[in-house]
Write a protein that binds this ligand. Structure first.
Ligand code: ADP
Length: 477
C-alpha cells in the first residue's frame, strides 16, 4: 500500500505510517498515512518560518487564484472526497458530501476575501499628520484539528490563514488524516510556494506537543477537547502567542409548550443524533416545559424508531457508527452513569450488530434527568441525549444557561416574545430559533463563550481578527 506522506518544505516525506481504519467496517483500511516525528515537526516549523517573508508580501491576486482553484477542485471531487470522509470518520455519505461542499465554499469565500483586504485612513488628532490602520499577517500559524469534521474544520482554518498571508504548520487528528492529506495535496498542486503550507500528520503527544513547545509559532488555532485546549493556552502564554480555541459544548435545546411539535422533534433529533452526536454544536440537553413534555417524549421516541444506524455508505443510513472504540466506551460509560444517576432510559442504550464489524450504538434518550447529573453537565460527544423537565420558560432559560459551556443554544417556540428574550439572554455564541443547535453558515462568525471557546471568532470576515495583527502608522504630511 502506498503511504500518504507529510508535506514539509514542499516535499512529500515520511516512511513511518499508521493505518486509517473505517469505523463502519473495521476490516477496511482506508489508507496508510505518515506519522510524523518531533524532528519532522521542527523542520515543518522552520520551513513555514522561512516561507513567511515572501508569502506575507505575496499579491492578493496570487492568493485569490490559489484559494479559488482549491475550492473549485474540492467541489469537482465532492463525491469522491465525501466518500473518503464517510469512510474515515463514519458520518453518512450525504452528510459527508455536504461537509465537502462546505469546505469548497469556505475556500471560495476566502478567495473573495483576499481581494477585499482593506484598512482605514483617519485624521490624526494632531494637525498635518495622517493615520493609517492596516492589517498584517501574524506569521507562522499552527493549526490543530479534531476528528469530527475532517474536511470542514481544516478548511475553515487553512483558508483564512492563507488568505491573510500567513504560513502554516497543520496537524490533523490521527483518526482522520485522509481528507486533510487531500486538501493539502490540492493546495500544493494549486501553486502554493514551498513551505507555505506544511502538513505533519501524527500523534498529538508528539507532533502537537512539539508545536506547542515552539517559540516560532505566532498563533495556534485549535479545535478539540477542553483538556488539550488548556495545554495550548498555557504553553501559548509562555511564548506570547495568539490563540483561538474551540472546545466542548453541552448545548441546550429548549422546547416550550407553544412549540410546533413536529418542528421541535425534527430540531431535537437532528441536534442530538445526526452525525452520531459527534458535533461540538450537538444538543444533549433537551429542556422541555411541562405542558408539552409527554407529547414531546412520545413523538421523539417514535422518531428515534425510524432512524437507521448502519454503515455510513449505505443508502438509507441516518446515523453512522461512533468514530472509534475509545469514543464508544466513553458513550457506553455515560449511558451506565445516566442509569446509576437515576435518569430513565426511554430509548436505545444498546450496541447493535450490522453486516460489517463497526462501532454501532443505538441513539439513546434519557428522560427524568436533572441538570445536576453528570450526563447533563459533561460533554459525551455521542448519540446520547437527556430530557430535562421544567415548569416554564423562565426555568428553561435558567437551566439552559446553567452549564460551564456556551457554544450554541436552541429554542423551539411559536412565541415571538420568548424567542426574542431567548436570543438576548442565552449565554452562548450562537442561538437557534426553531432550528437544530448544529448547522451553521460559512460566511458568518462561529464560536462560543464560557468554557467552550477562547479568543476571537472563526469563519466569515471575523476570521481576520485572529489571522491578522493590526498596525497603526502615522505620517507627517
Ligand atoms: P479528542 O479527545 O476529541 O481527540 P483532543 O483534544 O485530544 O480531542 O484532540 C484534538 C487535536 O489535538 C488532535 O489533533 C490531537 O492529536 C491534538 N492533541 C492531542 N494532544 C495534544 C498535545 N499534547 N499537544 C498538542 N496537540 C494535541
Amino acid at each position: 500500500m502506498t503511504i500518504y506522506q507529510n508535506l514539509i518544505a514542499g516535499e512529500w516525506t515520511g516512511a513511518d505510517a499508521v493505518e486509517n481504519i473505517n469505523p463502519s467496517d473495521t476490516k477496511e483500511v482506508v489508507g496508510l498515512y505518515a506519522s510524523g516525528s518531533a524532528a519532522d515537526t521542527k523542520n515543518a516549523i522552520a520551513a513555514a518560518k522561512a516561507a513567511f517573508p515572501a508569502w506575507s508580501r505575496s499579491g492578493i491576486w496570487e492568493r485569490h487564484v490559489i484559494l479559488k482553484k482549491a475550492g473549485d477542485e474540492i467541489m469537482a471531487r465532492k463525491d469522491e472526497l465525501g466518500a473518503l470522509l464517510a469512510r474515515e470518520e463514519g458520518k453518512t455519505l450525504p452528510e459527508a458530501i455536504g461537509e465537502t461542499i462546505r469546505a469548497s465554499q469556505i475556500f471560495e469565500f476566502f478567495a473573495g476575501e483576499a481581494l477585499r483586504l482593506a484598512g482605514e485612513v483617519v485624521p490624526s488628532v494632531r494637525p498635518n499628520i495622517g493615520v493609517e490602520i492596516t492589517r498584517e499577517p501574524l506569521g507562522v500559524i499552527g493549526i490543530i484539528t479534531p476528528w469530527n469534521f475532517p474536511i470542514a474544520i481544516p478548511a475553515w482554518k487553512i483558508a483564512p490563514a492563507l488568505c491573510y498571508g500567513n504560513t502554516i504548520v497543520f496537524k490533523p487528528a490521527e483518526l482522520v488524516p485522509g481528507c486533510s492529506w487531500a486538501i493539502v495535496d490540492i493546495l500544493h498542486r494549486a501553486g502554493l510556494p514551498k513551505g507555505v503550507l506544511n502538513l505533519v500528520m501524527g500523534k498529538g503527544s508528539i507532533v502537537g506537543q512539539t508545536m506547542l513547545d515552539s517559540p516560532d509559532l505566532a498563533g495556534i488555532t485549535f479545535t478539540g477537547s477542553v483538556g488539550t485546549g488548556k495545554r495550548v493556552a498555557v504553553s501559548s502564554i509562555e511564548h506570547n502567542r495568539k490563540i483561538q480555541l474551540e472546545m466542548g459544548g453541552k448545548n441546550p435545546m429548549v422546547i416550550l409548550d407553544d412549540a410546533d411539535l413536529s418542528v421541535a422533534v425534527e430540531a431535537a433529533a437532528n441536534s442530538a443524533f445526526f452525525s452520531t452526536g459527534q458535533r461540538c454544536t450537538a444538543s444533549s440537553r433537551l429542556i422541555v416545559t411541562e405542558g408539552i413534555h409527554d407529547r414531546f417524549v412520545a413523538a421523539m421516541t417514535e422518531k428515534l424508531k425510524t432512524l437507521n444506524v448502519d454503515h455510513a455508505l449505505k443508502t438509507g443510513t441516518h446515523i453512522g457508527p461512533v468514530v472509534d472504540e475509545r469514543q464508544l466506551k466513553t458513550d457506553t460509560d455515560y449511558i451506565e452513569i445516566g442509569k446509576k444517576e437515576g435518569a430513565k432510559l426511554a430509548f436505545g442504550g444498546e450496541l447493535i450488530a450490522r453486516d460489517t464489524p463497526g462501532f454501532y450504538l443505538q441513539p439513546t434518550l434519557f428522560t427524568e434527568a436533572t441538570n445536576q447529573m453528570r450526563i447533563s453537565r459533561e460533554e459525551i460527544f455521542g448519540p446520547v441525549a437527556s430530557v430535562i423537565r421544567v415548569k416554564d420558560y423562565e426555568e428553561a432559560l435558567a437551566v439552559a444557561n446553567d452549564t460551564p459551556f456556551g457554544l450554541s443554544s436552541g429554542i423551539a417556540t411559536t412565541s415571538l416574545k420568548h424567542a426574542t428574550h431567548f436570543k438576548r439572554n442565552a449565554e452562548a455564541g450562537m442561538v437557534m430559533v426553531n432550528l437544530p443547535t448544529a448547522g451553521v453558515d460559512f460566511h458568518v462568525p462561529f464560536g462560543g463563550r464560557k468554557g467552550s471557546s477562547y479568543g476571537s471568532r472563526e469563519q466569515g470576515k471575523y476570521a481576520a481578527e485572529f489571522f491578522t495583527t493590526v498596525k497603526t502608522a502615522y505620517t507627517l504630511a
